[in-house]
Design a protein around this ligand. Structure first.
Ligand SMILES: Nc1ncnc2c1ncn2[C@@H]1O[C@H](COP(=O)(O)OP(=O)(O)OP(=O)(O)O)[C@@H](O)[C@H]1O
Ligand SMILES: [Mg+2]
Length: 235
């Protein structure tokens, strides 16, 4: 049994579905990358997994439990955490306060909060130097680090990162990918939404979505289709 099993997921924002029956598995311990062009449905997929959108049909199973339609806060407590698209940090709050809010569901366990904060500072030493800085004044790369760090504060088993590298310089993007790789090595299962093929060396598995449907699932090397290669891998 995979850690996350999605079956025949249909999700939309009104009467018209955006996801047309998506099925995918994420195995415990892997790094999975979801590629797709703008509007393909990637954010819709991770939002449904994180409990921010209720599916109109289909199932989502996490660690053997059905979770589709459960509220996001309950899912954070169960171990699913999302770093949202657009690095939505709380701009008027400090780095420390952002991290504290990320750990809200574990707030009664001071030891977890301490361990996770230390871990976040280990992964992103830049954040440690900027605890009192107001998040809105961080650079784009630092805000992305904070968004991921905040998501880690709840000690997730499955970390979803929507658009890990969008708008970042190649150097900062690589730093983020390398840290994602460490997070995965340290035992967290990871799903990264990306449009940058630079993430491929870190991916155990690749999913490609087109118009609300998965058109490829496998390891990157198996992508034989020339159109898929040129569209998503720049090769
Ligand atoms: N709140 C919303 N209300 C109505 N339609 C929406 C809403 N959010 C997304 N959509 C539509 O759903 C489709 C999929 O959007 P989604 O954000 O999931 O794509 P995406 O793959 O994440 O794209 P991007 O790479 O641009 O982030 C798009 O056609 C979009 O216009
Ligand atoms: Mg998106």
């Amino acid at each position: 049994m995979a850690l996350l099993e999605v079956r025949d997921l249909v999700v939309g924002y009104g009467p018209h579905p955006v996801l047309h029956g998506v099925s995918l598995d994420i195995e415990a311990g892997e790094t999975c990358v979801l590629f797709g062009l703008n509007g393909a449905g990637k954010t819709t997929t991770v939002s449904a997994i994180a409990g921010l959108l209720a599916p109109s049909s289909g199932t989502i199973t996490f660690d053997g439990q059905p979770i589709a339609g459960r509220p996001a806060a309950a899912l954070v407590a169960s171990g699913i955490s999302l770093s949202p698209e657009g690095r939505r940090v709380f701009a008027r709050l400090t780095v420390e306060q952002n991290l504290q809010l990320g750990g809200w569901v574990r707030r009664k366990d001071a030891a977890v909060a301490r361990t996770q904060r230390q871990l976040v500072f280990d992964y992103f030493p830049r954040l440690a130097e900027r605890g009192d800085q107001v998040a809105g004044t961080l650079s784009g790369g630092e805000q992305q680090m904070l968004a991921i760090g905040r998501a880690l504060m709840s000690q997730p088993r499955l970390l979803l990162v929507d658009e890990a590298s969008l708008g970042l310089s190649p150097t900062v993007a690589r730093t983020v990918f390398e840290v994602m790789d460490r997070i995965n090595d340290d035992g967290t299962t990871v799903l990264i939404v990306e449009q940058n093929a630079g993430v491929l060396p870190y991916a155990d598995r690749v999913l490609i979505m087109e118009k609300g449907t998965l058109v490829f699932t496998g390891v990157g090397d198996e992508i034989r289709d020339a159109d898929l290669r040129s569209t998503y891998l720049g090769a």
